[in-house]
Design a protein around this ligand. Structure first.
Ligand SMILES: Nc1ncnc2c1ncn2[C@@H]1O[C@H](COP(=O)(O)OP(=O)(O)OP(=O)(O)O)[C@@H](O)[C@H]1O
Ligand SMILES: [Mg+2]
Length: 463
């Protein structure tokens, strides 16, 4: 797992990363909002010792003060001073509770003591800090006064009094937020990598070859416009999706050069993988190159071609097979040059039986004679046997695989379904490939050319 791999995964699964990071930040916000704020007030005490006036006396005095400072910090945090402060302020707490919130610190080599008092109320924190410091001054004066009278040996001055703290010390908003975000991002990346590892959908050429045993012959990008307008206007369209269908058309020429397939079934494993859209646009791409193309809706259960191309749906494949209409009457011309459509017709009670009939074979043969290419849309292989039956009657089948959606075992199963009728798919057509997939998964159009058939990439598009 290289850094590059992590970056790819993060790029492909940025929604996961961002969601988990957001959860981290929200958790931090909740922690901040539910934590009772604690304020801290600070005073500074100065310790001095009474000495003579000579230099050595001053030095001695300073040393003595430094020695005392250590003991004083203990006294400040002690039980006696806590109780005296409570009594002085009339606080409703016991000495042990107050002691927990008092810290005294002295820097070695100095005669200064910092006293920190924490409390839920900023005003009370200040009051306690000041009262405690005052009490300590009094306490030292009592302790250090010689019993026989005379000036005390040491003295403490409150050098800096406490003010009301403006901001709480707990919770530390910025740190908690930064920690929440950091942890969220890390967990987000971990979740993204985990999802990637557990993901058994098909995203690479290797996935396809492992599951289907055949190569990828086309990669159709995701193009939102196709949802409202399934058919591409080939003549003037040079968008990536139009080019991808032209590339598929070119690749088709190189399959079985000696016996080029002309009746081609478009199928897939499960519903919604883009079969009908692919069938329409492959037919249009072939028509663009000057071929006479018949597009047949072989999905008699959930026909879509007539809807996508705004044609009549009640007359077509099934009505010709049942003898209700002649083929010539059922074929519908379209607004696209070179494209004729045979819609599905009314839904028969026995689609599989009808598609397996000799009449169906004869119909396809008739179309083969009249047209250069016959493209047959079909039902998903894992749902019903219709597509397998149609494939057996056709020259070959393209297996549509929806990028990042079709699962490896589904593809393997549907290839097996075709194998059961003695067919192997001519190749896999990846559909709905997101634009950014070209990078992370090493997946783009030139890749076919670069990897499997270098000459294809440079081949002029003249199918
Ligand atoms: N390349 C594409 N880019 C964007 N959307 C697409 C593309 N191909 C197909 N779609 C959309 O995906 C959905 C399913 O497509 P389509 O009907 O072609 O699939 P299907 O495999 O024939 O489905 P069914 O199994 O139901 O017949 C449709 O809404 C269609 O517009
Ligand atoms: Mg369909």
């Amino acid at each position: 797992m290289t850094l590059e791999y992590f970056l790819k995964v993060v790029r492909m699964r940025w929604i996961t990363v961002c969601s988990v990071a957001l959860i981290g930040v929200l958790t931090a916000v909740i922690i901040i909002l539910t934590t009772t704020p604690i304020y801290q007030a600070t005073t500074r005490l100065f310790v001095s010792t009474s000495t003579g006036l000579s230099n050595s006396d001053l030095y001695q005095g300073n040393r003595l003060s430094q020695d005392r400072v250590m003991s004083y910090t203990e006294l400040i945090m002690g039980q006696t001073l806590a109780q005296r402060t409570i009594d002085k302020l009339g606080l409703d707490m016991d000495a042990a509770a107050l002691r927990e919130n008092v810290k005294a610190k002295a820097k070695s080599g100095t005669v200064l003591i910092n006293v920190q008092v924490r409390d839920q109320s900023p005003v009370r924190a200040r009051d306690i800090a000041n009262a405690l410091s005052n009490e300590f001054v009094a306490m030292v004066s009592e302790l250090e006064s010689p019993t026989n009278g005379g000036p005390p040996n040491a003295r403490v001055i409150v050098e800096q009094r406490a003010a009301v703290p403006e901001r709480p010390v707990v919770p530390r908003t910025k740190q908690v937020l930064a920690f929440g975000l950091g942890l969220g991002v890390l967990l987000g990346i971990a979740a993204a990598v985990l999802r990637e590892v557990l993901d058994n959908t098909i995203k690479t050429r290797e996935n396809v070859e492992d599951s289907a045993g055949v190569g990828v012959v086309g990669s159709i990008p995701l193009d939102k416009k196709r949802r409202t307008e399934p058919a591409i206007s080939f003549g003037r369209d040079h968008s990536p999706i139009a080019e991808s269908f032209r590339a598929l058309r070119t690749n088709l020429q190189f399959l079985s050069v000696d016996n080029p397939p002309r009746v081609i079934v478009i199928t897939s494993s499960v519903p919604g993988e883009g079969k009908s859209t692919t069938a329409i646009n492959l037919a249009l791409a072939l028509a663009e190159a000057g071929n006479r193309v018949a597009l047949v809706d072989g999905d008699l259960r959930r026909p879509a071609i007539h809807k996508y191309l705004e044609l009549v749906g009640t007359v077509g494949f099934s009505t010709v097979l049942s003898g209700g209409t002649s083929l010539a009457d059922a074929l519908q011309p379209t607004s696209f040059d070179g494209l004729t459509v045979l819609a599905a017709g009314v839904r028969p009670p026995n689609p599989s039986e009808l598609l397996g009939s000799r009449a169906a074979q004869a119909l396809l043969d008739e179309l083969r004679t009249d047209f250069d290419f016959v493209i047959v849309d079909s039902a998903p292989l894992l749902a019903v046997t219709d597509a397998a039956i149609l494939s057996a009657a056709a020259d070959g089948a393209f297996m549509v695989v929806r990028f990042g959606s079709t699962k490896r075992d589904q593809l393997a199963h549907s290839v097996q379904t075709l194998a059961d009728v003695g067919r192997e798919p001519m190749g896999v057509v990846f559909t709905l490939v997101p634009a950014k997939a070209a990078g992370p998964y090493g997946y783009n159009y030139s890749y076919y050319g670069a990897d499997s058939a270098p000459e294809l990439e440079r081949e002029p598009d003249t199918a």
